[in-house]
Ligand binder design. Structure first.
Ligand code: NAI
Ligand SMILES: N[C@@H](CC=O)C(=O)O
Length: 830
C-alpha cells in the first residue's frame, strides 16, 4: 500500500464551488499520475453559510437558517448538474438528503434551546466537505476514474477541542492503515477539515484545516508532494492588488514558507508546513484555471538564488503602541509584562521592538484591538504610569507592517540597508523596525497611506520586479515628444535587461496637465493630452498634482518646457518628496540666492535634481565638470561653443546659406529654443555659462556675463517667433558679406563662451568670434557643440567633450538617462 510514488492533490473551495471550474478539477485528477489521493474542501462559501445558518437558528430565526442552508444546497445542486449525468444527479440528490437531513434536525434543536455548542457547530459545518466528496467521487466515476469517497472521520482521530481540534497522530496512523488498505488501484477522494473524537463526535481542524488534512495524508502515505490547487498562480512576490508586477515565486524553503505563514499570508498555516518539513514531502501551490503554470514549490531546498529574497508581505489595519520610560534601567523590565498582559487579553502581537536599555518598547497589534490593548497595558504598568516613570505614547493607527522575506538574507550584507534605503528614498517614514534572529525576514511599520508605495518600492529594490519610476512630464514639444517615444521604445528592454519600468502618470503643456494615477500609455499620451486640453479636462495648477504623484513609487517631475517660473513648481516638488529632472535652464540661471535655495531644498528633502541636458544637450558636460571639481582639480578656463543652434548657423553661413533660411531650418530641426531669439541674443549661451560657472562654485548672475549677441540688439525686440524670423531677412545680405570677407582671411564665424575663475574675480564672456583653422571650434560641423576644460591636471591637453549639442532625440536621451539615474540610486548594488 505505502509507496514513495503517492501524491496528494488538495482542491480548495474556489476550485470545487465555482461553476465551470469543477470540470477542470476532474480533468486534473483523471490525467494525474497513478497513486493519487485527493483531499477536497467545501464548495465556495458553503462553510460560511453553514455557520450563519447555525447562528440564525440560535437567535430563533429558523426560516433565515433554512434559507442559508438552502443556499448551500442550491450551490451543491448547481455544480453537481455541471458534472453529473442524469443517474449521477439522482444518486447525488440521495447523498445530499442523507447529508443535510441531520443538519435540519440539528437546526430545529438549536432553535428550541437557543444554543449552539461548539460540538453541534462542528457537526453542522462538517457537511460542506462531505458534499464535495459526494460530487467529486461520483463525477470521477462517471469519467471512468476508479474513485472512492472517503470520510476522513473514519481515520482522523482528534481531541475534543471543537473548532480547532488537535489530531492524535498515533491513533490516526493506526486507523489509517486499516482504511487505506482498501484503496489499492483507486483514487480516494477524502474530506478535508474534519475528524472525529475517540467517542465518535465530529470535529473540525480550524483555519486551513483541509490543507492540514492533505499534509497529514501525505505523511501517512509517505507521499512525495502535496499539490494545493487554488485560484492563484502560486505564492506571489507581493500582494498583486498593490504591485501590478507581482508574480509567482518559483521556489520557497519550508522555513521561508513558515516565515510567510507567521507574517500573515492566508495561503498556508504553520500547521500545514511543519508536518511536511518532518516527512520531506514538497508543497506545491498551483492554479486550477492555469494548470500549465508551474506554481510555487516549497521544499527543503527552497529558493536556489542566494541573492534574491522571495517576497514582500504587507499586513494592514494594524496599530502601533509605544511605551516610553523617563528613567533608564527600570527595576522591572516592561517588555515581558506588556506581552503577558496582551496575551492574557487575547490580543495578537505581530511585532515588538525594544530599545537597547529597555527605555522604550512598542508593539504592533490589530487595529481593532487598540482599546483593549491600551487598557491591558495601562493596567499592567499602572504603578509606573502613576509615578510618571512610564508613559503610553499616542497610538499610531492605522499602520501597515511591511516584511521582506528571504532565506539567505542573514548571510548577505546590506539587506537591511537596501530595505531601509529604498523606503527612505520613497520619502516614507519608518515608524518601527525589526529583524528577527532567524534573519529570514526584516519588517518595518509605515503609515497605512504609504502601504502601496512602500511595498512597490521594496519589491522593486530587491529585483522581485522592476523598479518603477513614476513620471509627470511637463512639455511635449521637441524634447518632451521625443522623450515619450524613447520611453515607449525602451520600456520593454529596460524591464527585461535592467529591471526598471518607467510609468507615465501625467503629461502637461501650456494648456494644462492630463494626469491619471493609473498611468497613461506613452504612445497615446500626446493625443490624449491634446484632446483633454480641448475638452477642458486638464489641471492648470501642476502643484496641486504633486501630492498624488508623491504617493507613487519613485516620483519624478520631468520638465521639458521652457516655461519661466518653474522654480516654484520644483520647490513644491521637493517639499512633497518628488524628484526633478529638467532640461529647462531658466531655474538654474535665476539670481544666485534663488538657484542656491532650489538646490538646498532638494538636498534638505533628499530629493534628486538632475539637469545634465541644460548644457550641451546629452553631452556629459555637467557630470564631467562635477567630477573634476569633486576630485580636487583646479579649473583654469572653460571654453567652448555651447549652442547647437548657433553652431549650425555658423556652419550654414560658411556654406553660403542665408541667415534667415538657416534659422528657420534650425528651428525645424528642433535645435532652437521655442523662441529662436533666445539663441540669437546669446541668452541661451549665457545661461549655460552661468550654470557651468556656478558648478565651479563661482558666485555670479546672468547680469555679470559679458554678452555680445549673434545679431544686432535692434533685431531682438520682436516677441512673435514667426515675425522675428521674418525680420532676419533684412540681415541676410550684410551677414553673408561679413562671412565671405572673413573667409577670405582664412577665418570662420563661431559663437563662443569662456569662463575664467581668476583670483581677482570670475570673468564670463559669450559672443561671436572669428576663428582660424587651428582653433578647435573650426572643426565643428552642423549642430555640434564642444566644451574644453583647461585645468591643473589637463593643462597641456584640455579635456574636451564634443558632439551634437541640440536636437530632440539627443536631448531626450539625456533626459531619459537622468531619469534612469534615479533607478540606479534606488536599487544600489545588486
Ligand atoms: N531642443 C533642444 O535641442 C534642447 C532643448 N532644451 C530645453 O528643453 C526645453 C524644451 O525644449 P523644446 O522641446 O525644444 O521646446 P518646445 O517648444 O518644442 O516644447 C516646449 C513645450 O513646453 C510646453 N510648455 C510651455 N509652458 C508650459 C508650462 N507652463 N507647463 C507645461 N508645459 C509647458 C509647451 O506646450 C511645449 O509642449 C527648453 O527648456 C529647452 O531649453 C535643452 C537642451 C536641448
Ligand atoms: N537651443 C539650444 C538647445 C540646447 O540647449 C541650442 O541650440 O543649443
Amino acid at each position: 500500500m505505502m509507496s514513495e510514488t503517492w501524491q496528494v492533490y488538495k482542491f480548495g473551495g474556489s476550485s470545487i464551488g465555482t461553476p465551470g471550474r469543477l470540470p477542470k478539477v476532474l480533468d486534473l485528477v483523471a490525467s494525474a499520475p497513478k497513486s493519487l489521493a485527493v483531499v477536497v474542501s467545501a464548495p465556495g462559501d458553503t462553510t460560511d453559510w453553514l455557520i450563519l445558518c447555525a447562528r440564525s437558528a440560535e437567535s430563533g430565526n429558523i426560516s433565515q437558517a433554512r434559507r442559508e442552508l438552502g443556499q448551500a444546497k442550491e450551490l451543491a445542486t448547481t455544480i453537481a448538474r455541471t458534472v453529473l449525468g442524469g443517474p449521477g444527479q439522482k444518486g447525488f440528490k440521495y447523498d445530499l438528503d442523507e447529508i443535510l437531513t441531520p443538519v435540519e434536525r440539528l437546526l430545529s434543536g438549536i432553535e428550541l434551546t437557543r444554543e449552539c455548542s461548539p460540538r453541534t457547530l462542528d457537526s453542522i459545518i462538517s457537511v460542506g466537505e462531505r458534499i464535495s466528496v459526494a460530487i467529486v467521487s461520483r463525477a470521477l466515476s462517471e469519467k471512468g476514474v476508479n474513485a472512492i469517497a472517503v470520510d476522513a472521520r473514519d481515520f482522523v482521530v482528534t481531541d475534543a477541542t471543537h473548532g480547532a481540534a488537535t489530531v492524535d497522530k498515533n491513533e490516526t496512523s493506526a486507523k489509517f492503515a486499516t482504511v487505506s488498505a482498501k484503496w489499492g488501484g483507486t483514487v480516494p477522494i477524502i474530506t478535508g477539515f474534519i475528524g472525529r473524537t475517540r467517542d465518535g463526535h465530529t470535529t473540525t481542524l480550524g483555519r486551513n484545516g483541509s490543507d492540514y488534512t492533505a499534509t497529514l495524508v501525505a505523511g501517512l502515505l509517505k507521499a512525495s508532494a502535496v499539490t494545493v490547487w487554488t485560484d492563484v498562480l502560486g505564492v506571489m512576490t507581493a500582494d498583486p492588488a498593490l504591485v501590478r508586477e507581482a508574480g509567482p515565486v518559483d521556489r520557497l524553503s519550508y522555513d521561508e514558507a513558515l516565515e510567510l505563514a507567521y507574517f500573515g499570508t492566508r495561503m498556508f498555516h504553520p500547521r500545514t508546513i511543519i508536518p511536511l518539513r518532518e516527512c520531506g514531502a514538497a508543497l506545491v501551490i498551483r492554479s486550477t484555471t492555469q494548470p500549465e503554470a508551474p506554481g510555487t514549490r516549497i521544499d527543503a531546498t527552497g529558493n536556489p538564488d542566494p541573492n534574491r529574497p522571495t517576497c514582500v508581505t504587507s499586513l494592514e489595519r494594524l496599530a502601533l503602541i509605544g511605551v516610553q520610560s523617563r528613567r533608564t534601567g527600570l527595576s522591572k523590565p516592561v517588555g515581558g509584562r506588556i506581552l503577558a498582559a496582551l496575551g492574557e487579553a487575547g490580543v495578537r502581537v505581530w511585532m515588538t521592538t525594544e530599545s537597547t536599555l529597555g527605555q522604550s518598547f512598542s508593539v504592533v497589534i490589530p487595529e481593532t484591538d487598540e482599546q483593549k490593548a491600551k487598557q491591558s497595558i495601562a493596567e499592567a504598568l499602572v504603578a509606573e504610569i502613576q509615578t510618571g516613570d512610564l508613559r503610553i505614547e499616542p497610538v499610531l493607527s492605522p499602520v501597515t507592517m511591511v516584511t521582506l522575506v528571504g532565506e539567505n538574507m542573514g548571510r548577505r550584507p546590506n539587506v537591511a540597508g537596501r530595505f531601509l534605503n529604498s523606503i527612505g528614498s520613497a520619502g516614507i517614514n519608518v515608524r518601527a523596525l525589526a529583524q528577527g534572529a532567524s534573519a529570514r525576514s526584516i519588517s518595518c511599520v509605515v503609515d497605512a497611506d504609504q502601504t502601496a508605495t512602500a511595498v512597490r518600492t521594496v519589491h522593486g529594490a530587491f529585483n522581485l520586479s522592476h523598479t518603477e519610476i513614476s513620471v509627470l512630464l511637463l512639455g511635449k514639444g521637441v524634447v518632451g515628444g521625443s522623450l515619450l517615444k524613447q520611453i515607449d521604445q525602451q520600456n520593454k528592454t529596460l524591464g527585461r535587461e535592467h529591471d526598471v519600468q518607467i510609468r507615465l502618470l501625467g503629461v502637461g503643456s501650456s494648456g494644462g496637465v492630463l494626469f491619471d494615477e493609473h498611468g497613461l500609455s506613452t504612445d497615446k499620451a500626446v493625443e490624449l493630452q491634446k484632446s483633454a486640453v480641448e475638452e477642458g479636462k486638464t489641471v492648470k495648477d501642476v502643484i496641486s498634482l504633486l501630492g498624488k504623484l508623491a504617493r507613487l513609487p519613485n516620483p519624478v517631475l520631468v520638465d521639458c518646457s521652457a516655461a519661466p517660473g518653474m522654480e516654484k513648481v520644483y520647490l513644491a516638488a521637493f517639499d512633497h518628496g518628488v524628484n526633478v529632472v529638467s532640461a529647462n535652464k531658466q531655474p538654474l540661471a535665476l539670481p544666485q540666492a534663488q538657484r542656491d535655495g532650489l538646490l538646498g531644498q532638494a538636498r534638505k528633502h533628499f530629493r534628486a535634481y538632475h539637469y545634465e541636458t541644460t548644457v550641451g544637450a546629452a553631452l556629459p558636460v555637467i557630470e564631467t565638470l562635477k567630477n573634476l571639481v569633486r576630485t580636487g582639480d583646479h579649473v583654469i578656463t572653460i571654453e567652448g561653443a555651447f549652442s547647437g543652434t548657433l553652431g549650425y548657423l555658423c556652419d550654414q553661413l560658411a556654406k553660403g546659406t542665408p541667415l534667415s533660411v538657416a534659422v528657420r531650418t534650425a528651428r525645424e530641426l528642433g535645435y532652437t529654443e521655442p523662441h529662436p531669439r533666445d539663441d540669437l541674443s546669446g541668452l541661451d549661451v549665457a545661461r549655460k555659462a552661468v550654470i557651468l560657472a556656478r558648478e565651479l562654485g563661482l558666485r555670479l548672475d546672468l547680469t555679470d556675463v559679458g554678452l555680445k549677441p549673434f545679431v544686432p540688439e535692434s533685431f531682438l525686440k520682436e516677441d512673435d517667433p514667426e515675425q522675428f524670423m521674418q525680420s532676419l531677412t533684412q540681415l541676410d545680405a550684410e551677414v553673408a558679406a561679413r562671412v565671405t570677407a572673413s573667409k577670405g582671411q582664412g577665418k570662420l564665424p563661431r559663437y563662443l563662451a569662456r569662463i575664467t575663475p581668476g583670483a581677482a574675480g570670475a570673468k564670463v564672456t559669450v559672443g561671436p568670434v572669428e576663428v582660424d583653422s587651428s582653433h578647435p571650434a573650426a572643426a565643428l560641423r552642423g549642430a555640434e557643440a564642444f566644451v574644453a576644460f583647461h585645468t591643473e591636471r589637463y593643462k597641456e591637453y584640455p579635456m574636451v567633450v564634443r558632439g551634437a549639442g541640440a536636437g530632440g532625440a539627443v536631448t531626450a536621451a539625456g533626459v531619459l538617462a537622468d531619469i534612469l539615474r534615479l533607478a540606479q540610486n534606488i536599487r544600489g548594488r545588486g
